[in-house]
Design a binder for this molecule. Structure first.
Ligand SMILES: *Cc1c(COP(=O)(O)O)cnc(C)c1O
Length: 381
């Protein structure tokens, strides 16, 4: 018997209440019974999203909602800015180009945040730009981008700010209405503590206005149609009934914790993880603008980072994430989002220390754990 722990930046652990709700016998979705659950869930979702806008629930992974924001808001040839600071930024650009948009790429070094002045310059030089597409938290590099500053640039222009908040919603304070985010996207398997399979998307009034003039084709992901159905407590197509049952329970946990406390917990777990890495003498990938969802840590020179990730998973039962592309084997990513608390972080750090030792690095066991404990004690009176 080997006990396993899932500490990757998605999928994330699922709380018992959601697991049990998802195990309920199937019911039909065009019924008052399901509509009641759906309506309650949609309302709770607005709380977690910190918005008065409708939050649509799509049966897809997060990328489906990303794609829908392109196909519902733009027309062929429209110009957009894409912040490409990692794998997911790259994805925004790939989707845009797939649909014939003209992309102004902003290449950002992995681990860095985009400089809003670069966006401002592009917007000033190209007044026809219709959208700025970015991540709030670029999970592949564990960096966050300055969304408030970017929103200040798009707010009074005829240009939408479209934010992939897949590892930011439910993690950090991101009140879209107040900040001026026009589209905010998330997915079930990150901070929403569910299995993969649901995507969420909220649009501002300005974004709904764009949708009336957009001419790109779409069928399954027709957001106006979804909104019309949402008003009638249903969905355009068969909803993922079981996942929505689980979602309601997960959202009740967030409501019970209080969204500010949910954000504070993520911030604390992230600070503890960074403190541990620093105490171990290791370098952070995004020291200046870290995400609160996961922490990217460089493994020591000469240590096989991909081997460590595999060893942790297959021998120790602890699943973390490694690096992608040019950072493959060079970093690990310890996640701390969703249904995680003090002792999940302790498990991740202590297992990482032990694996480092196994891989021949001269590590003082417990040093990272102790540094994390000092931060984590804040949570207890
Ligand atoms: C996980 C993730 C995605 C991709 O979502 P899928 O559910 O795999 O489609 C997109 N963006 C970010 C920032 C993510 O963390």
């Amino acid at each position: 018997m080997k006990k396993t722990y899932l500490l990757a930046p998605g999928p994330t652990p699922v709380p018992d209440a959601s697991l049990l709700a998802m195990a309920r016998p199937m019911i039909h979705h065009r019924t008052p019974q399901f509509s009641k659950t759906f309506a309650e869930t949609a309302e709770l979702l607005k709380y977690a999203f910190q918005t008065e806008n409708d939050v649509l629930i799509l049966a897809s992974s997060g990328t489906g909602a990303m794609e829908s924001s392109i196909t519902n808001l733009f027309s062929p040839g429209d110009e957009v800015i894409v912040v490409n600071g990692g794998k997911f930024g790259e994805r925004w650009g790939q989707i845009s180009e797939t649909y014939g948009l003209k992309v102004h790429w902003i290449k950002v070094e992995w681990g860095q945040a985009v400089d809003p002045a670069v966006i401002e310059g592009l917007l000033n030089d190209n007044p026809s730009i219709k959208g700025v597409l970015t991540q709030a938290s670029e999970t592949s590099t564990t960096a966050s981008h300055p969304i408030r500053e970017i929103a200040a640039l798009t707010k009074d222009r005829d240009c939408l700010l479209i934010v992939d908040g897949i590892t930011a919603v439910g993690v950090v304070d991101l009140p879209m209405d107040e900040i001026g985010i026009d589209v905010l996207v998330s997915g079930s398997q990150k901070a929403f503590m569910l299995p993969p399979g649901l995507a969420f998307i909220a649009l501002s009034a300005k974004a709904w206005g764009f949708s009336e003039y957009a001419t790109l084709p779409n069928y399954y992901f027709n957001l106006a149609k979804e909104r019309k159905n949402l008003k009638k407590d249903t969905t355009a197509y068969t909803p993922a009934v079981s996942l929505i049952n689980g979602l309601k329970e997960a959202l009740l946990l967030i409501k019970e914790e209080g969204i500010e406390n949910t954000h504070a917990r993520h911030d604390r777990l992230a600070r503890a993880t960074r403190a541990a890495a620093t105490a171990l003498g290791l370098k952070l990938l995004a020291p200046d603008n870290p995400s609160s969802a996961a922490t990217g840590i460089f493994v020591p020179e000469g240590v096989d980072g991909a081997g460590i990730v595999k060893y942790l998973r297959d021998e120790m039962g602890v699943t973390i994430a490694g690096g992608q592309d040019h950072l493959k084997g060079k970093i690990v990513r310890l996640a701390h989002l969703g249904y995680v608390g003090t002792f999940d972080v302790i498990i991740a750090i202590s297992a990482f220390e032990m694996a480092l030792k196994k891989f021949g690095h001269d590590v003082e066991l417990g040093k990272g754990v102790a540094a994390a404990q000092e931060v984590l004690l804040e949570a207890y009176k």
